[in-house]
Design a protein around this ligand. Sequence first.
Ligand SMILES: NC(=O)c1ccc[n+]([C@@H]2O[C@H](COP(=O)([O-])OP(=O)(O)OC[C@H]3O[C@@H](n4cnc5c(N)ncnc54)[C@H](OP(=O)(O)O)[C@@H]3O)[C@@H](O)[C@H]2O)c1
Length: 249
Amino acid sequence: MSTDAGQKRILILGGTAQALNIARDEIAKGNDVITALAGRTEAPTLPPGRHRIGGFGGAKGLARYLKEEGIDLLIDATHPFAKTISENAVLAAQQSGIPLKTVTRAPWQAEQGETWLKVADEAAAAALLPAGARAFLALGRQHVALFRSREDCHFILRVVDPPIEPSTDSRWQWVIGKPAQAADTEKALFEAHGITHLVCRNSGGTAGYAKLEAARMLSLPVVMIERPLSNSSRSGTASVSDNAAKSKR
Ligand SMILES: NC(=O)c1ccc[n+]([C@@H]2O[C@H](COP(=O)([O-])OP(=O)(O)OC[C@H]3O[C@@H](n4cnc5c(N)ncnc54)[C@H](OP(=O)(O)O)[C@@H]3O)[C@@H](O)[C@H]2O)c1
């Protein structure tokens, strides 16, 4: 619903640093911004402007919300690996007739001196690790189940929220917190845990890049999970400030 003097009401599908930047930019332009968060983390960084937490009930639910709230523009700024919500955004825009802008970050590219072992998914990543590896999983706990079968490896998993119960498996250790922005901090973490391999997703953007710089400093191989195919069309359409600083990242 456009209100006074061309102000637009915008729904941003968020959950990323990029979405926070977009919300800030749109508010600065005088627009009315609502950011939607899935509610996966206990204490998410709240965006400027209004926000709502929780799913919409599929594409139909999202289309209904767009209509009911008088949204003029839907912006999909979700993580490149968040497949379902992006598919729902396309369908909801079609069903509601409300325009959709999809923004993302270019995938990272291997730099000189980096060893990337590219894989399609978590299953392939788990299979690739050599026996005895001490792997740092920068994946989120909902994506690590397939690594449990590797009883010959040791895993260090970084999670945002503390686990409800401590790990009873000595092969698994938790690191609580968000990715550090400084490569030296990530390097110190990898050294402290004797990491031999970094396992991560090719998310792109600056927020999670320090771990790759740290891996390069320590000459650690990176098991890089490439983007899901249906989201590959999002790969090259970066258009926001998160990308601007580091064009190759
Ligand atoms: N996947 C990752 O690796 C990753 C990494 C960092 C941040 N994130 C962020 O975490 C959130 C969830 O990611 P995911 O991979 O679990 O998503 P997903 O599998 O694509 O989505 C599953 C369901 O969660 C709900 N949902 C997802 N994102 C939402 C949002 N921004 N606002 C409201 N509802 C949302 C939707 O439920 P309904 O169908 O009920 O609407 C969606 O169908 C996203 O906001 C994403 O940007 C994801």
